[in-house]
Design a protein around this ligand. Sequence first.
Ligand SMILES: *Cc1c(COP(=O)(O)O)cnc(C)c1O
Length: 394
Amino acid sequence: MVSDTTLDDLPLRDDLRGHAPYGAPQLEVSVRLNTNENSHDVPPEVVEAVVAAIAEQVPHLNRYPDREADALRDALAAFLRAQPASHGVPLTRGNVWAANGSNEVLQQLLQAFGGPGRTAVGFTPSYSMHPIITQTSGTAWVDGKRGDGFSLDPFAVAEQVRAAGGGTGADVVFLTSPNNPTGTALPLDVVEAAYEATRGIVIVDEAYAEFARPLGAGGTPSAITLLPGRPRLVVTRTMSKAFAFAGTRVGYLAADPAVVDALRLVRLPYHLSSLTQAAATAALAHADALLATVEDTKAQRDRLVAAMPTLGLFALPSDANFVLVGGFDDAPAAWKALLAHGVLVRDVGIPGHLRITAGTAAETDAVLAALAEVVVEEERAAHPEDTDDDEEQA
Ligand SMILES: *Cc1c(COP(=O)(O)O)cnc(C)c1O
């Protein structure tokens, strides 16, 4: 059925008019480094365990799933307890909530703690879904400002959190650590300052926590360490990145059990399918195998960072599985040129910058080779009078 109807012809909510949907391109390109997925397939031992767990569920799909996802939440709590960056905070099932991706967790948080007449603040540039989830829940969005080099300091954050909502203060604060797209982890004093500055909810989105530098090597502890005594603090995590499980759609949070109670008021009944719960629980029993590629990915990330100056580009230090690269004359043109070389990266809308996911060694080879050619093409376009082969930059 074809139609000439456009959004303008529909009785759409006024506050959604003129908005664009989230849309990282999903293109069939050989080197896909644009959505920070894990480039490694799920390891065979995990495939076997997941298939067996799903097979056990299939005859019982006539029944609704466990509405509370108890087994999965037990497994997630055990995983978090075992992480050195959690400093042994004794999290249990009651502290953990899971949904279809951390995006759904965030949506439930906004449904419970945002809404019409309330305000959320985040600090741009950050994850593009934070304003979208905020606004679709009818919550007002405030674009917070960062300092030089995309930094955040406790005073500036506290001031902006207090000033939000016309001076009544933010009801929801988004902090992203390590930040997407800049890659850097957030010092915990920034989280504490945001918490003290509001009576609202403070969400620390730790989608990339597993890639952070270790505590002994300049790394930052997880905001999970701040949870005891802070019932309005929420830390969100996901199985989409380090766990190489994006297709399953499992995200989760750690917080006070009262926050979990609040989310029970807004979640759809049986929001997490039996198959999803079984797959994720089985996968978590093999967390070490699933996370085995994290060190490889970090090595590729560090390789990308180190290579940029040799290309006349620069990269921000990264605690994540991606690198924000600057120094392009025209980032959208460079993005297109890379695509023409079979490499898909992300134009995050920061002038002169592109975000590149760290994948396999072969993908790093491919993106570095393509970048070298694109940089030369940019030079030629900028100086068309230099027709000889001398590409040396002054
Ligand atoms: C990728 C990403 C997520 C993941 O979302 P899921 O819904 O769990 O796949 C969440 N937050 C940030 C900052 C991200 O970059």
